[in-house]
Structures are given as C-alpha cells and as structure tokens.
Design a protein around this ligand. Structure first.
Ligand code: BEZ
Length: 204
C-alpha cells in the first residue's frame, strides 16, 4: 500500500497510528508530500485524490481510498480486526461518532493554523478565528464530560482523540487545553506513551 504522508498532519497520524496498532505498518510505503500548503496543488496527491488532500492511500489492488476515517476503516478490514472498530452496532457507531468529533476538531485546529500562521495578518478574520476557538473549547469540554468510557480503550475513536490532542500540543502549546479537563489530560498522558504515538511524533 502507498500512503501520501506528511508528519505534521493529524489526519495522517491517525492513519499511521492505526496501522501500527494493527501491526501492519510494514505493509505501507509512506510517500512524503514535502511542504504541504492549502493554496498549492500537490500533483502526486491530486492524482490519487481529486480533493488534493492528505492522507490518501492506494491499496495493493490500485484503488485510491480517502479520507482518514475511511482509510482507518479499510485498514481494520484489511487486518481482519474487530477491536479498533467493532461490528456490534451500538459500539461501532458510538466510536465512529467519537472519531468524527475528533476529526472535526482537527479540521478547526488545522484551519486555525492556516488562518493565523500562514494568512497575511491584514486578511485575517477575527470573528472566524474566535468561532474556531469556541468550537474547540466546547467540544473539548464534551470529550471531558461524555467520552471517558470510550477513551479507556484503544479504538478508532481514542486514536483520533490522541492525534487531535497531539496536534494541539504541537501547534498550540500554550492554549492550555488540559486546564479544567483532568480526565482528558490523564487519558492523553497515558495514550501519548504508546509506541504507536511515540513513533509518529510530529517534527520539532
Ligand atoms: C501543519 O503543518 O500543521 C499541517 C500540515 C499538513 C496538514 C495539516 C496540518
């Protein structure tokens, strides 16, 4: 399998952590994108994903798969795994919802990074920036209050939350997401020590 890869992307990390937890990372060739900017087309990525987004996976049968959620589901299927994403419908859809919550927050975190880190200061939109910050704070509170049971095991949802929190530390080290969220902080302290997370740390 071939994976369009950038170590700074939390969406890519979700896939590479999942592959490590499944024990199939050796089957994936990581193809680095190099610098990956939202206003530039990467022709190699575009060839496999018409949205031009990463991650994109090409299977050994030559089929392109995206986005990160679908790739994780494919990897579980490929590995014959029923633990990270169980078949039982109540558990399955709860975990998929947790995964979507984390991916939605990654969307906000990455968009905020583009707006505040890359966009010229005179073009920035303070109300939009504020909205992303409020969305992050509100949904992090929800993770603290309502998802501790799901976060107590390794699954497709807890992997996504781990990669989200890793991204917040990576890009917003001073945001203080741990403040008033002791359960989430405890979850991440343990989760970040897993070999799959240690081996996929974003670059310094
Ligand atoms: C980042 O540098 O934060 C980033 C890079 C690629 C995809 C998403 C985020």
């Amino acid at each position: 399998m071939k994976l369009h890869f950038n170590p700074a992307s939390p969406f890519v990390r979700m896939v590479t952590v999942t592959a490590r937890e499944l024990g199939i990372i050796d089957q994936i060739e990581e193809v680095p994108t190099g610098e990956f900017l939202p206003i530039k087309v990467n022709a190699q990525v575009q060839a496999d994903n018409p949205l031009g987004r990463i991650p994109a996976l090409v299977t050994d049968h030559g089929h392109a798969i995206y986005d990160s959620r679908v790739i994780c589901e494919y990897l579980c299927h490929h590995a014959g795994d029923k633990d990270l994403l169980p078949d039982e419908p109540v558990k399955r859809f709860r975990l998929l919802t947790l995964q979507s919550l984390a991916v939605g927050l990654m969307d906000s975190g990455v968009a905020l990074r583009y707006e505040t880190g890359l966009r010229p200061a005179e073009k920035q939109w303070p109300d939009w920036i504020e909205r992303q910050k409020v969305r992050l704070a509100t949904a992090l509170d929800d993770l603290e209050a309502n998802w501790q049971k799901e976060l107590s095991s390794v699954n497709c949802g807890s992997i996504a939350v781990g990669c989200l929190l890793g991204y917040l530390d990576f890009r917003y080290g001073d945001m203080g997401w741990r403040d008033n969220r002791p359960s989430l902080a405890t979850f991440y302290e343990g989760f970040a020590k897993r070999p799959s997370m240690m081996q996929t740390m974003p670059p310094a």
